[in-house]
Design a protein around this ligand. Structure first.
Ligand code: ATP
Ligand code: MG
Length: 424
């Protein structure tokens, strides 16, 4: 992509109405555009990052055996009344009049919608276990939406639901889901702490949260430095500095954090009122045992921006960088050579995978701008690897990783190798 054609411009000033680091940086770097509190558009750079996060989630959910579906966001009141949640969720759910005298709501979660589908198709124990998920925008009328992508009123959520014959099968899958979640966050460049928590308004009293420690988080957790035990402060009976109740050796430390994922053992709390049953091997009719697993791709994007930045701008982890490399032309005499390199690196062979088909994602800054402005923009945007063609580097390309881990010089012909070494 040539930067002169890229939609979205970097801004010198932070938007006046933003207070959180993620919203300020992502807006200034041209990733997102705010429509109103808690509601954002994703511009090309932001869309690429969000899409990569969603694809990582997809890969890990598919590896768990999940099948992807897509459910509607617009839902009828009658469905929610089956579980009593039309009333229970009325503070957080956007509820309004539909056509005629029908009341409708924008889904804040999807247990009812999915159980309604599954009860049509599921009949015997042979249909179990079953894992279905979607990646979709959720709507919640959050009272405070001041934290940019961390707390949206419309936001992206991946929600997976599991259906089991018995508790043991759920317990086993739940452990696998914990592993898959940790993998997702690790690939996105986040260290997640598996934290015991309450069920909250949406489900039972039983859940695990995945928390990212950062001083700007809205949650507070107690973490043991010794054994890894962690509990949300809301349910923790111990104070900062107390002896860990799990290992009885190290001390608990209180830290602020962001909840990026939350998983629950639902049991039969939805299958019972909605009569989701199956015929067991013994011929008896039983209620299905369920689990649900939420993860917010847009909150993950905001969390990465919170955790990975410096005074100059964003620093994208390599698996979710909007482009593999930012190629900066700082010496107009080498415009021809830079253009040739850009075309070689981005060219994807029709056969795919051949030596000539590189297919790298390159943002090529060929704009008529000062070198200083180009370097500043590159640091603000934060693509993992910068490739610089400047007057001093005649015949070679200077490279530097945005996280400052490494820099150096390579010949034009070695750039592909450098990219391969880093990304593959
Ligand atoms: P919170 O306590 O932060 O309000 P929650 O516990 O209500 O969140 P869940 O219902 O567990 O959230 O949602 C699953 C996941 O969806 C969360 O772990 C988070 O990643 C994401 N998420 C929830 N609410 C929001 C929001 N308002 N904006 C962005 N992401 C969200
Ligand atoms: Mg939660």
């Amino acid at each position: 992509m040539k930067q002169s054609k890229l939609f979205g411009k970097t801004l010198r000033e932070a938007p006046k109405d933003e207070v959180s680091a993620n919203a300020i940086l992502l807006s200034r770097a041209g990733f997102i555009h705010k429509l109103m509190a808690g509601v954002y558009s994703y511009l090309p750079l932001g869309f690429r990052v969000l899409d990569k996060i969603k694809n990582i989630v997809r890969e890990e959910m598919n590896a768990l055996g999940g099948q992807e579906i897509l459910m509607p966001a617009l839902t009828p009141k009658e469905l929610w009344q089956e579980t009593g949640r039309w009333e229970k969720l009325k503070e957080i759910m956007f509820q309004f009049a539909g056509a005629g005298d029908q009341a409708v709501g924008l889904a804040a979660t999807h247990e009812e919608v999915l159980v309604n589908i599954v009860r049509r198709y599921l009949s015997s124990y042979r249909d179990l276990p079953l894992y279905l998920y979607q990646i979709q925008d959720k709507f919640r009328n959050e009272p405070r939406a001041k934290s940019g992508l961390l707390r949206g009123r419309e936001f992206s959520m991946k929600d997976l639901y599991s259906f089991h014959e018995n508790q043991a099968d759920l317990d086993n899958f739940y452990q696998q889901a914990i592993g898959a979640y940790q993998k997702v966050f690790e690939r996105c460049g986040l260290i997640s702490i598996v934290t015991e928590a309450s069920g909250g308004a949406f489900t039972t009293e039983y859940s695990h949260e995945f928390q990212v420690a950062t001083p700007y988080g809205e949650d507070e957790i107690m973490v043991c430095s010794g054994c890894g035990f962690a509990q949300n402060r809301e349910i923790c009976a111990f104070n900062d500095g107390a002896k860990c109740p799990s290992c009885a050796k190290a001390k608990l430390a209180q830290t602020k954090s962001i909840e990026v994922g939350n998983i629950f053992k639902l049991g039969t709390i939805y299958s019972k009122p909605m009569q989701l049953t199956f015929t067991g091997a013994d011929g008896k009719e039983k209620e299905v045992i369920m689990g649900c697993y939420g993860l917010g791709p847009s909150r993950v994007m905001g969390s990465v921006a919170e955790v990975h930045h410096d005074k100059d701008g964003l620093i994208w982890p390599k698996e979710i960088t909007p482009f593999h490399a930012h190629l900066l032309l700082l010496d107009n005499k080498q415009a021809g050579a830079a253009d040739k390199l850009y075309r070689e690196l981005t060219f994807a062979s029709a056969k795919g995978g051949s030596a000539s088909g590189r297919g790298w994602e390159i943002l090529f800054d060929e704009r008529v701008e000062s070198s200083g402005a180009k370097l500043k923009d590159a640091d603000l945007i934060g693509i993992s690897l910068q490739l610089i063609i400047g007057a001093k580097s005649a015949g070679a390309v200077e490279y530097r990783f945005r996280d400052k881990s490494e820099n150096g010089k390579v010949n034009f012909s070695e750039v592909d190798q450098l990219l391969k070494k880093f990304y593959r």
